[in-house]
Design a protein around this ligand. Structure first.
Ligand SMILES: [Fe+2]
Ligand SMILES: [Fe+2]
Length: 377
């Protein structure tokens, strides 16, 4: 079937050799009087002119296979991505031109940071500003590792940009929540850093702690839905006003709960549960002990520690001794005892954060502006 469907299965050199062969046979037929050589010569000539050989077809050689072989012949060498073949011992058995050009430092499979390479299917390899995905495949027939390297820097950069955009939006939303209640932007920054430090001290992973750092500034985002008169009221709130104020936990949670993004999901938990108390007397759900999500328990300590040390419309800033006394009193009452213990054990580190994100008071700000105006004048 191949013969009729895909008649040409011969290249030019092959056809040329057959023409010469046919001529020689024809000449021999004449000079040696061998009539039988004429039909053989004619047949050879016919195959050369039609560029098709029935014997090739019988062995499955056809034009598309010739073409495929032709291209495959060049593929490993000129593959636009780096390609390596490592022996079972990890030494380079083959590498293409791109691998030599882009990754000349690779001397064996360990250079990719792969040591236990039998279990590995891919790793990331960083060089300069680029990130490569190194796909490793052990090929039994070759008893060797086939390694294909792809530049994924663009994907990584895009992912980083998406994450950074999320972080920026979350930061801004957190600040909106705080400025609505006339608190300073640095309050949310400090809460974020305290929360991350507490998460790390609790043994959470660096990535999870970082997510908490990013999400915790949103704890009061629900305050965007609370009337100014209540938010900025100097002095104590009435029972009714406090009931309205308490709604900010639910409001914040409602704003964020439908997001599919990890950071916003954490922010939703933090917004919802940062006023829950360990003894079950908090709001809005009255959750108790470990029913309160660890993110909520962490942020509530961070938020209260910072809020007490800051001046607000309804109160003066407390001094450190009074704050520590309160935290100890509230250990196991409002706050998770383990978190308070970790906080007190590592107090120095929390104070470093507090000092590096100090608030600028309105008076300082006014003085700075007046000073500037005088200089300009
Ligand atoms: Fe709050
Ligand atoms: Fe707060």
């Amino acid at each position: 079937m191949y013969y009729f469907n895909d008649k040409e299965n011969m290249n030019l050199i092959d056809a040329f050799i057959r023409v010469i062969g046919a001529s020689v046979l024809f000449y021999m037929g004449i000079t040696q009087d061998q009539i039988l050589l004429f039909p053989i010569s004619a047949f050879l000539l016919f195959t050369a002119v039609s560029k098709s050989c029935i014997f090739y077809s019988l062995f499955g050689i056809n034009k598309s296979i010739l073409k495929l072989n032709y291209y495959l012949n060049f593929l490993p060498k000129y593959n636009p991505s780096p390609v390596f073949i490592f022996t079972a011992e990890g030494e380079i058995g083959f590498q293409n031109s791109m691998s030599k050009e882009l990754l000349p430092e690779i001397k064996n499979i360990n250079s990719f940071g792969i040591h236990n390479y039998l279990d590995i299917s891919f790793v990331q390899y960083k060089k300069d500003d680029l990130t490569y995905q190194v796909n490793v495949k052990y090929v039994t027939q070759m008893n060797a590792f086939f390694v294909y390297v792809t530049d994924i820097s663009a994907v990584i950069n895009l992912q980083t940009e998406i994450e950074e955009t999320q972080i920026e939006i979350v930061d801004l939303m957190g600040m909106i929540g705080e400025t609505r209640s006339k608190e300073t932007g640095n309050h949310v920054k400090r809460v974020a850093e305290y929360s991350k430090l507490l998460a790390l001290k609790l043994g959470l992973s660096e990535r999870e702690a970082e997510m908490i750092r990013v999400a915790s500034p949103m704890h009061d985002i629900g305050k965007v839905g609370i009337p100014d008169a209540i938010l900025n009221k100097p002095g104590k709130l009435t029972y009714e006003e406090f009931e309205i104020m308490k709604m900010h936990s639910e409001l914040g949670h409602d704003l964020l709960k439908n997001s599919q993004r990890d950071i916003l999901k954490i922010a939703a938990i933090v917004a919802h549960e940062h006023h829950e108390k360990y003894n079950g007397k908090g709001y809005p759900q009255g959750l108790k002990g470990e029913e309160i999500h660890i993110y909520g328990r962490i942020t509530s300590v961070a938020d209260v520690f910072d809020a007490l040390g800051s001046e607000r419309v309804y109160k003066k800033a407390w001094d450190l001794d009074c704050i520590l006394k309160l935290l100890k009193e509230e250990r196991g009452v409002s706050f998770d005892p383990q978190i308070i213990d970790l906080f007190l054990e590592n107090l120095e580190e929390f104070l470093v954060i507090r000092d590096s994100y100090q608030d600028v008071s309105e008076r300082d700000l006014l003085n700075a502006i007046l000073e500037e105006e005088t200089t300009v004048a």
